[in-house]
Design a protein around this ligand. Sequence first.
Ligand code: ADP
Ligand code: MG
Length: 422
Amino acid sequence: MTGKLPFEALSVETLATRLGANEALCARIGKGPWKVREVGDGNLNLVFIVEGASGAAVVKQALPYVRLVGDSWPLPLKRSFFEYHALIRQEARAPGSVPAIYHFDEAQALIIMEYLAPPHIILRRALIDGRHLPNIARDIGLFMARTLFRGSDLSMPTKDRKADLALFADNVELCGITEDLVFSDPYFDAKLNRHTSPQLDGLVAELRADRDLKVEAQRLKHIFAANAETLLHGDLHSGSIMVTDTETRMIDPEFAFYGPMAFDVGMLLANFWMSYFSQRGHEQNGKRDAMRAYLLGVTAETWAVFRAEFSVLWRTERTGMLYQKSLFEDQGDILASEQALDHVLHQIWTDLLGFAGIEVHRRILGLAHNADFETIADEDLRASCEAKALKFGRHIAVNRRQILGMDEVNTLATLIERERRI
Ligand code: ADP
Ligand code: MG
């Protein structure tokens, strides 16, 4: 296949013929015959696993519409271009954190990449199963610190950063999905919303009438839209991370664009807190007390690793035009540099709590629910888990400027989780 042919969606039947001459793929997996299967659990795109005599690879192709919904919801193919460009930047900034990329074809909107074979599984699935992964906090904390720091004006030559800002500014439609689905739809009766009903109806009405919450959600949307400080993954939740007991890889950065550092961190932590509140719904085969303790430990450790690595990069790699060393270290004023670092980290903390709170809300009230809650078959039990998460999300979003540290947040989570009636 050459990049010049017009776009055509691949299928299990046509893939081997159409990609049979692709050198990058043949070099990885050997020439045909190949075994091709479609993974099919993605919401937006086609994902094929292709196995040959000497290896396997993943072929991910965008479609001109949202796969989950069909052609009534068009979505541009160029999301594949942004995913590819994000992946190669993430690999450069945090080596080993994403699948290796073998080939990109812009016209066919497809990326050929490393197959993360079993025992790799999606992190969300592992957490639903009650598994303790020993390395995720460290791996994800490092990934976020490195990609967010190194994609910003703290590190990059400003000309390069502005060129990237322009490149990713064109990811308009996927940004638009976040702007609507995350920041606005949960707070009114938008068409695509759904929630566990009737159990949550009262609480949903209360949240939508909550003036402080609505204003805060829009302040956060304002930060999201106006604070283009670094290249974000843009969709960093536990469904975008594949793990084994020893390895952690981030996938699926098609929502990548320039936005606030706190957005990726907040979305990620929100998914750990949602997992925490969902555990009560997964206790058929035994109590999940240890899992709950593990998850709160993961949130604390992820944030601690993030802060520590961000601080190291601040001290050793601050080569950009922001907080330039000529004003601080070069004047012998290390304390001023540390003061500025504290300020930057504090801002990320305050904002991440807000983003986390509304991420929790949109996963329970909006279009895109997550399996942590959805797989709880007993609707009363599910609603009780969801109600606690909603209450937690409201508290951390609205009170984010007064919350001092992770202990306070996790104590709050514990208190809410233990409430009998809610
Ligand atoms: P979408 O953008 O459509 O959501 P994803 O990139 O999330 O697609 O991929 C959908 C699914 O395909 C993932 O949940 C995972 O199970 C599988 N998958 C994607 N990339 C890989 C990979 N590199 N190796 C193994 N499995 C993958
Ligand atoms: Mg995706």
